[in-house]
Structure formats: structure tokens, C-alpha cells
Design a protein around this ligand. Structure first.
Ligand code: AMP
Ligand code: MG
Length: 307
């Protein structure tokens, strides 16, 4: 059995696997990732092969602290220090200029690298035990739904992993906020649980929204995070529709999610996964509130619908 409970022994096993250039299933507070040593080009290439991810789509490097990243990045602007102090460990990724220690394979050849300190205790324990920076894209095939629990990792991904450490359902359930910290302004490349308002309040800087800057982040595609079943927005679910709504379900094909963005995000992918398993003709999703706090949910739903 490859799915292991997070005992000291399992964490040591996972850390050794990383040191040996193998891939592991890494739990984080956002989604489950495919962990590899960020210093090992061959291990990183294996990650891309396993996910069938295009080589130009850069990975996020996970570390234990800003200090631990000091030899991976060539400069750290003041705003980035502030952000790290406020939101690390946590679901926030910062893009910074990279040093030559970071293999080009990890960054799709870019001169910048995305760095994050996760807050999942198991992820941190594995990072500390291995002593390595770890790349960890979501543990799904390219374009698919990210797994938010260990038993949702598809067999074709599982077959390429030395083990998966099971930390239960992910706390946030959607990928981290990605912030480009290389320019004079901060730019959100991907919205997440750390919202634009939180970043602006903290730094006092104006933060550009994600959509306007799509081309600055090679991994941002119009369709992404998508179930296999076609999916589209509706005002309200009808009695015979399959999908996600905010009201009491009218059948077993309907799921009621919380009318607050954190709770909604946490269950979004696992709900889409359940709906996908039901093989309905289409999945309908009631539009969430048009409010900045829902930006990350809107982003993932729009990518799932390809709109
Ligand atoms: P994930 O797919 O969750 O591993 O997140 C990685 C995403 O972060 C990529 O698809 C990019 O959109 C973004 N990203 C990672 N590294 C960079 C970088 N150096 N510059 C810009 N965006 C990046
Ligand atoms: Mg992903």
C-alpha cells in the first residue's frame, strides 16, 4: 500500500525518497502535490512526464522559510519580506528572481522562481527531514481536477510515486495565491485564499488583478482545473439538474456548498470529482456572488467551464 499515515517513519521514508530522486505524494494545505527534489533536474523531468505537463509551465518550489530560500533567489524586495512575514507558512506563492542553483527544468526556463512555505505540518516535516527545497505541482494529470484528499489521486499518477503521505482533506482545497514580486508593483498571477484585499491592506501597495496579466505566467490557461463532464454556469439549479448550488439539494445529483468563499473552496474540487463520477451529461454550477472575496472561486470555476 502506497498511501501511508503520517508517522515519523513514513515522513522519514518520504524524505529519503526525495533525496534519492524519487517522486512522492505530498499533502499540503492547498491540494495534494507531486513532490520532487527541486535541486534534481531528472526528478523534475519525471514530474512533468508523469503529469503530462508542458515543460514551459513552471513549478512552485516549497521551502521551510524565507531564509531557507535565500540561495534560490537573487533578491527579495521589501514588499516580499512583508508578505512572507504575514502569510508564510501559508497558501501564498511569491515569484522572485532566481539563482543558478534552481534548475531551468523547474522554472520552464524563466529567470524567476515561484517560492512557497506551506503550513501543512506534514509538508513542513517532510521538508525539514529531507533538507531539500521541493517542487510540488498538484497530483493530477495536466488540466484535470487537483486532488484534495489522498484517495483521490488517480492510479496513473500513483504508479509514479514512491508513497503518498495522507494528511486527510486539504484545509483550503484550492491552489495557492501566486504573486509576482519581480516588478515595481505586485501582480496576482493566480488568485487564492490570500486575497487581493489582504495583500493591499498589508503592503499599502496597489495590486493588479490576475486576468490582465495572464501572459506573464506561462501556466495560466483558459481551461484548467476541469472535470471530464462539460460544466457551465446557471442562475439556479432545476429539480433534475446535476450540479452545485447554494440551496437544499433536490436530488442526489445536487450538492449544496457554503455561501462563504473559504468553505466553498475547501469542498469545490472534491464536489466536482463526485459529480464527474456520476457520469451525467453536464454539470451545472449556480453562479457565486459577484464579490472580490470570491475571486479565487470564480477563477477556478471559469477555468473549469473554459470561459
Ligand atoms: P501549480 O500548477 O499549482 O504547480 O502552480 C504553478 C503555477 O504558478 C504555474 O502554472 C504558473 O502559472 C505559476 N508560476 C510558477 N512559477 C512561475 C514563474 N517563475 N513566473 C510566473 N508564474 C509562475
Ligand atoms: Mg495544478
Amino acid at each position: 500500500m502506497k498511501i501511508l499515515q503520517p508517522t515519523d517513519e513514513a515522513i522519514k521514508f518520504a524524505a529519503r525518497a526525495l533525496q534519492n530522486g524519487e517522486l512522492i505524494g505530498l499533502p499540503t494545505e492547498t491540494v495534494y502535490g507531486i513532490g520532487a527534489s527541486a535541486l534534481n533536474s531528472a526528478a523534475i523531468r519525471k514530474t512533468f512526464d508523469l503529469k503530462r505537463r508542458p515543460a514551459e509551465n513552471p513549478l512552485i518550489v516549497h521551502v521551510t522559510s524565507l531564509e531557507a530560500a535565500s540561495n534560490l533567489v537573487s533578491s527579495i524586495p521589501d514588499a516580499a519580506r512583508k508578505l512572507a512575514k504575514a502569510f508564510w507558512p501559508g497558501p501564498m506563492t511569491m515569484v522572485l528572481p532566481k539563482t543558478s542553483l534552481v534548475p531551468d527544468e523547474a522554472t520552464g526556463g524563466l529567470s524567476t522562481v515561484a517560492i512557497r512555505v506551506p503550513m501543512s505540518p506534514v509538508a513542513l516535516a517532510i521538508l525539514f527531514e529531507s533538507g531539500l527545497p521541493v517542487t510540488a505541482p498538484s497530483a493530477n494529470m495536466f488540466m484535470g481536477l487537483s486532488p484534495t484528499q489522498a484517495d483521490r489521486i488517480a492510479p496513473e499518477i500513483l504508479s509514479g510515486l514512491a508513497c503518498v503521505i495522507d494528511e486527510g482533506p486539504c484545509h483550503f482545497g484550492i491552489e495557492s495565491t501566486v504573486i509576482d514580486c519581480t516588478g515595481s508593483d505586485l501582480t496576482i498571477l493566480r488568485p487564492g485564499a490570500i486575497t487581493r484585499r489582504m495583500i493591499e491592506t498589508l503592503t499599502g501597495l496597489k495590486v493588479s488583478p490576475a486576468a490582465a496579466e495572464e501572459r506573464r505566467s506561462p501556466g495560466m490557461y483558459r481551461r484548467h482545473y476541469a472535470p471530464k463532464t462539460p460544466i457551465r454556469f446557471v442562475e439556479a439549479l432545476g429539480p433534475f439538474d446535476a450540479g452545485i448550488g447554494f440551496s437544499e439539494p433536490q436530488s442526489k445529483y445536487q450538492f449544496q456548498l457554503p455561501k462563504e468563499p473559504a468553505g466553498y473552496s475547501q469542498r469545490l474540487y472534491s464536489t466536482l470529482y463526485s459529480l464527474d463520477q456520476m457520469s451525467r451529461l453536464q454539470i451545472l454550477v449556480e453562479s457565486p456572488p459577484d464579490d472580490p472575496e470570491w475571486e479565487a472561486v470564480w477563477d477556478r470555476l471559469k477555468k473549469a467551464t473554459g470561459t
